[in-house]
Design a protein around this ligand. Sequence first.
Ligand SMILES: Cc1cc2nc3c(=O)[nH]c(=O)nc-3n(C[C@H](O)[C@H](O)[C@H](O)COP(=O)(O)OP(=O)(O)OC[C@H]3O[C@@H](n4cnc5c(N)ncnc54)[C@H](O)[C@@H]3O)c2cc1C
Length: 438
Amino acid sequence: MKIYNTKNVSEYDVIVLGGGASGLFLGASLNLNGKAGLIIEASPILGKKILASGGGRCNFTHAGSIKDFIHCYHSLSSKAESFVRSPLYKFNNLKTRNFFESIGVLSYSQDDGRIFPSSNKSISVRNALIKKCELNSWTFSLNTRIVKIENNKNNNYSWLLKSDDGGYFATKNLVISAGSPAWKYDDYSNQIFDDLKNLGVKIVNPLPALTPINIKSFNLKSLSGISFENASLSLINSDTKKSIYKNSGDILITETGFSGPLALNSSWFINKLKSEYFLKQECKDFELIIELTEDSFLHEFDFHGVNLSLSNAIKFYSSLPERYIRFICGDFSDQKASSVPLKKIHTIINNMYKASYSSSLINNSSFENAMSALGGVSLEEINNKTFQCKSLKGLYVIGEALDISGDSGGYNFQFMWSSAMSASLCLAQDFARILIRD
Ligand SMILES: Cc1cc2nc3c(=O)[nH]c(=O)nc-3n(C[C@H](O)[C@H](O)[C@H](O)COP(=O)(O)OP(=O)(O)OC[C@H]3O[C@@H](n4cnc5c(N)ncnc54)[C@H](O)[C@@H]3O)c2cc1C
């Protein structure tokens, strides 16, 4: 048993480790009613990622049926769908909007279903959460980085945390909301994963998710800024020629490759295939194919009867942007369509609707520009009704510290709120039980 000098230890009924989205939401949804609760945050700023989210506007959930949310989550350790069902149904997107409204954050839905605060400012979401935490009697310890977590089962305050300034915090209930290494500039969560691993909790090596797809010597660089609606992205195993992944959505050409919802949402799978950790188990090499919605009759069109340049003729019958058409037509762009061999025209049209890149051309993604991460605490370790660790009493894990990542569109925040609410309800019940027993 570890002995510590109680004079240097501050004791709490509950400590939330990480003052980001999920930690703040737990505080905002749990009135302490006389219990002592502390939110510990390594940086001087609470809710940094909330502030940066949605281009500063915070896309905090998505519209539509919660049934459709279930398929928007991914995990490396387990079936994400069965894990997220309970928390999402318990605290769905409608309840989320109502909750935020109750703390003064009105919201609106965009045509694409993304929901933002009416202020269009993420700071309004962050500040409302902090204010509600304070109303619920939580205290904060900022600039406090936890460097060690110990579990002393024989002590009433069974969780002991050591901070980087040598201080100690003891608590009966510890909620890990320390996030992931995504968007890495001052990441501390890896430290927490190491400590949890030492306590016997299974950790899956984190991988970047919601990253752009960067291509070496990108051929479409000069078309940066052009986007396409409803494109499709597939991955083909180069050995078996079988399709191993397919997704669709809007895509954006950047200076270094592809971004936009389709690229971001597919990146976790590509990052998994490219990662050393997975030893390329699923396939050694693959091909990335991006296809645009075809203007179907273009293939059948008789260009020889047209008295226009090739690019103008294609433009006439295609919904694609002119800059893009001219680029793909290349040297043939200003040539009379009737003078270009039909075989060449068909090759150009094929290239216009379909681009492919071998896996060796795809750069490995880093956490630096990832908006989320897969990996972290394995889902097998966690009860998805309470978010308690199955093997360690009084330990909860919520948010992105778990091996789960959602698609772009507000799905990540929704999981932050839903997982925090499940843990919060469990803690509230626990506190009420203790009150009755005492
Ligand atoms: C640029 C950007 C834009 C995004 N936009 C959206 C969006 O619009 N919609 C959406 O749904 N999702 C969005 N996301 C994803 C979303 O922000 C995250 O999923 C979410 O913030 C994760 O919440 P969390 O509480 O699990 O972790 P975080 O918000 O990362 O919070 C974890 C906190 O724990 C602290 N911490 C970690 N280790 C320690 C330690 N050892 N000691 C003390 N403190 C520690 C960290 O400093 C951090 O503040 C975006 C992400 C990024 C990076």
